[in-house]
Write a protein that binds this ligand. Structure first.
Ligand code: 5GP
Length: 184
């Protein structure tokens, strides 16, 4: 794998597709262990989650349903700290067991806002959170991310659904910004 240029920045190879798939399968089976006798609703937080979401469901051996909504807090390679709900939830989840699916948890602002939104307005029976990636050095919230694929350092990543100003989402592998983090 080679380094790539996206917009004005260079990204170096970080986690290859084969390794990502192993991680995703592990998370799918971990979730299944807890939901074997239930029909959970997997909720994809768009846009970044679409690859993780699709791959995880292919490895999920049980009954399940899906729904989506869209949140945004990022501009370029920096979090704005303000989280917007850009799109309404596509399904009623009252009294359902839901699993919120994120591509990456950084500060935790997005997932904290979502958690509050679901608890206050949707009345699900239970809520758990799954994220492919988490940056423990930046994550500053109390509540537990129930299922984590892999912990990564505090550096901007790209590919496998994650973008840099809308480019790079279609890359099969994960890349990391070459010059490290830019002021958050
Ligand atoms: P948080 O609200 O936890 O700070 O950030 C969550 C959202 O920020 C993610 O859903 C993702 O869209 C974006 N984000 C956070 N870190 C990164 C990163 O390293 N790369 C990319 N492409 N997006 C990120």
């Amino acid at each position: 794998m080679k380094s790539i240029k996206v917009h004005d920045k260079i990204f170096k190879p970080y986690i290859e597709e084969k390794e990502l798939q192993k991680i995703v399968k592990k998370v799918a089976l971990e979730i299944y262990e807890d939901y074997k006798d239930k029909t959970p609703v997997f909720i994809g937080v768009l846009n970044g989650v679409f690859m993780f979401f699709a791959d995880l469901l292919k490895y999920y051996p049980g009954d399940c349903e899906v729904a989506f909504l869209q949140m945004s807090s990022y501009s370029g390679t920096q979090s704005t700290g303000v989280v917007y709900k850009k799109m309404d939830l596509t399904k009623e989840v009252k009294n359902r067991h839901i699993i919120l699916m994120e591509d990456i948890v950084d500060t935790g602002n997005t997932i904290a806002s979502l958690f509050e939104y679901f608890q206050n307005t949707q009345r699900p029976k239970s809520v758990k959170v799954a994220s492919l990636l988490i940056k423990p050095e930046v994550y500053n919230k109390e509540f537990k991310i129930d299922y984590v694929g892999i912990e990564i350092p505090d550096k901007f990543v790209l590919g496998y659904g994650l973008d840099y100003d809308e480019l790079g989402r279609n890359l099969k592998d994960l890349y990391q910004l070459d010059e490290g983090r830019i002021n958050h």
